[in-house]
Write a protein of this length. Structure first.
Length: 403
């Protein structure tokens, strides 16, 4: 039989293997901390990436909507919740000629509550490719020709490949392009031209429900880009002062919308890191208590090791190695469970979070995982310091006498 030397690592491993119940209890405590820290960090990163992606490409400074539909517009943009509301499009040219306005691009929303393509409701959005600065940045490089009347552009999470057919309201449409992942409600939306959207409205006969006049084309929202040097808030107030009563409209400030998201993100981060910090302190206390009991229980064992020639440093290293092995095992278990929860179900989590949601890069996730591993691995050795100090002050003769 091959003999293996009793190294520090081997002695430490055999010691923790002898007490499986206690060892797994300690591993569970560290794993819980690691799980919360890693999940909180990654989810915060997802929301932050989604918010940055949205703010960079949304482009519009102001968004004009019918009065009372500002929250519904934000739900459609942020979470893709279907909505249907309309404004008279004659307002678009008036706003375009308004001082301080650089560009106006309108969109038409149609809620498709049932679609064969998807397991969730789909928002149909009609847009004007000639003036649009919101949808176009997401399809650059994917759509190489003008969008036709029987073609659609689908969001990142809508099933179907380019060239396949997708049916809405009984009519098939060819998928001309797919959007990149936006982290916004655009991911579950389908985009068509203004003309196609108006045909859908006419076919559905929903115009009378929204007091839409027969000869007046409609839009749902107008994305307004303000000229450099002009204050968007002042431009918004001037537009409202002149046209709010006539057209029954309201205004959404893009900056305010992002500020609300930032506040929610900060609140989420505070809760996640606060819980992780509380768990870290709890884990440290639990591990310190357990190792204190272990040292009291194994005084005679350590005294015998000293008699057999083991130095105090050797015993200290054994204890520290035991604690390190347990905390590393717990950290790895926590990271594995977190990965199994986060990555396969990221789409569902994004829907539940109800905020812009874009998964960080693999490198960023790797760095986050490494930092979580270090923070968790430190719990064991730190919790063992007091026990090592106490053991250093004990006398082996007292331990052998059972005192």
């Amino acid at each position: 039989m091959k003999k293996r030397p009793l190294t520090t690592n081997r002695i430490a491993f055999e010691n923790i293997r002898r007490k499986p119940f206690r060892t797994w209890g300690q591993i569970l405590v560290v794993a819980l901390f690691t799980f919360v820290l890693f999940c909180g960090s990654v989810l915060s990163g997802c929301i932050r990436n989604g918010m940055e992606s949205m703010s960079e490409r949304l482009g519009a400074d102001l968004m004009v909507v019918p009065y009372g539909y500002d929250k519904q517009l934000q739900s459609a943009l942020l979470r893709g919740e279907p909505g249907t509301f309309y404004l008279d499009q004659t307002l678009e040219e008036k706003i375009r000629a308004f001082p301080g306005v650089e560009n106006v691009s309108s969109q038409i929303f149609i809620a498709s509550l049932q679609a064969a393509c998807c397991s969730v409701p789909v928002q149909l959005i009609g847009f004007d490719p000639a003036s649009d600065r919101v949808i176009q940045p997401w399809i650059e490089g994917t759509l190489h020709m003008a969008l036709k009347g029987d073609e659609v552009i689908v969001g990142h999470k809508v099933t179907g490949k380019v060239g396949e057919r997708i049916t809405f309201f009984g009519k098939p449409y060819r998928i001309a392009a797919r959007l990149d992942n936006t982290g916004m409600g655009f991911d579950t939306s389908v985009f068509v031209t203004h003309e196609t959207a108006r045909q859908m409205i006419s076919k559905l006969e929903i115009a009378p429900l929204f007091a839409v006049k027969e000869n007046h084309p409609v839009v749902s929202t107008m994305m307004v880009h303000v000229k450099p040097g002009f204050d968007p808030r002042r431009v918004a107030n001037d537009i409202l002062f002149r046209y709010a009563a006539i057209y029954n409209l309201d205004m959404v400030m893009t900056k305010n919308m992002f500020s609300e998201i930032a506040l929610r993100l900060n609140a989420f981060s505070y809760v996640a890191y606060g819980m992780a910090g509380l768990l870290w302190v709890t884990a440290l206390g639990v591990m310190a208590l357990v190792f204190s009991m272990i040292v009291n229980e194994r005084k005679r064992e350590f005294s015998l090791l000293r008699i057999f020639g083991a130095s105090r440093g050797k015993i200290h290293r054994i204890l520290m190695m035991e604690s390190l092995m347990i905390s590393v095992a717990g950290a790895l278990c926590g990271l594995c469970v977190a990965a199994l929860v986060l990555f396969p179900f990221s789409t569902l989590i994004g829907l539940l979070v109800k905020l812009p949601f874009v998964m960080p890069s693999a490198g960023s996730i790797g760095i986050t995982g490494l930092l979580c591993l270090i923070a968790a691995a430190a719990i064991g050795p730190l919790s063992c310091l007091y026990c090592v100090w106490r053991l250093n002050r004990s006398d082996i003769s007292f331990a052998l006498r059972g005192i």
